[in-house]
Design a binder for this molecule. Structure first.
Ligand SMILES: [Zn+2]
Length: 259
């Protein structure tokens, strides 16, 4: 499932569109603002930005927002920057396209410059959406910013880390990974955390997420999908990993070293 790290990989790939002019826009209007197809053609792409899990494609007058759900991927000039097992058996189905954007100044083919392909239609494409509610971005977190963001919260740390108004861009895999590295149990209430524990969580976000990003995204952690599925032993201390439901999401954690 796309998290902020996947969005960052796609943002980087979408930089190829900067300087091109949008020629045509096709949308699945069940999951896209219909105004997109009206206002975007003829506009140049000025810059690509990522805010948490959201990608924003800026033109002089409007912003196209790509918001991802549990599934979905981005294809740029016919190439998918991230391939996932989810798609391996089904290949590439144009019927799952939710947005296609053509540009002039591309490679001279009729391949869309951008496709958003999502079998479950859980994502959406927005026009000029306001993202002011988002919290500190995953790639900008430090101890002070995290302490301010957590201040006054009382829910389980895992639940709070998934709240996009607190930290923007963390998803289920990265939140579990960060807590595993920081040695904090996912069900701990935020108001019980000590300053060193908050510092440890901030450090895990700042250090581990860029490493996972370089390796290919949110599935590249120690608690990767294979290990989560097998629920074997903790790679740090060999204690049996456990699964729990916290805030309606599945957490995988180690009772051996996460306190
Ligand atoms: Zn452990």
């Amino acid at each position: 499932m796309p998290e902020g790290l996947e969005a960052e990989i796609w943002r980087s790939a979408l930089d190829a569109l900067v300087g091109r002019t949008i020629t045509d826009v096709w949308i699945d209007d069940r999951v896209a603002d219909p105004g997109l197809a009206v206002v975007l053609p003829g506009s140049p792409v000025e810059r690509i930005e990522r805010c948490g899990k959201v990608i924003r494609i800026h033109t002089p007058d409007h912003v196209l927002g790509l918001h991802f759900g549990m599934t979905g991927r981005v294809i740029v000039d016919g190439v998918a920057p991230i391939e996932s097992l989810e798609y391996a058996s089904d290949k590439d189905r144009p019927a799952w396209d939710r947005l296609r954007l053509g540009t002039a100044g591309a490679t001279g083919t009729d391949i869309p410059a951008l496709r958003v392909n999502d079998p479950r239609r859980l994502g959406r494409s927005s026009l000029d959406a306001d993202l002011d509610h988002l919290g500190v971005d995953i790639l900008s977190v430090d101890t002070d910013l995290l302490a301010v963001a957590l201040d006054g919260r009382r829910a389980a740390i895992k639940t709070v880390l998934l709240d996009q108004t607190v930290v923007a861009g963390l998803g289920n895999l990265c939140a579990d990974e960060v807590l595993w590295w920081s040695g904090v149990a996912p069900q701990r209430s935020v108001d019980s955390l000590t300053e060193p524990e908050v510092d440890s969580i901030a450090s895990a976000i700042a250090v581990r997420l860029p490493i996972m990003l370089r390796r290919g995204g949110s599935t590249m952690g120690e608690l990767n999908p294979t290990r989560r599925q097998a629920l074997g032993s903790c790679p740090r201390d060999l204690a049996p990993l456990q699964r729990a439901t916290i805030g309606g999401r599945t957490a995988v954690w180690c009772p051996g070293h996460q306190q």
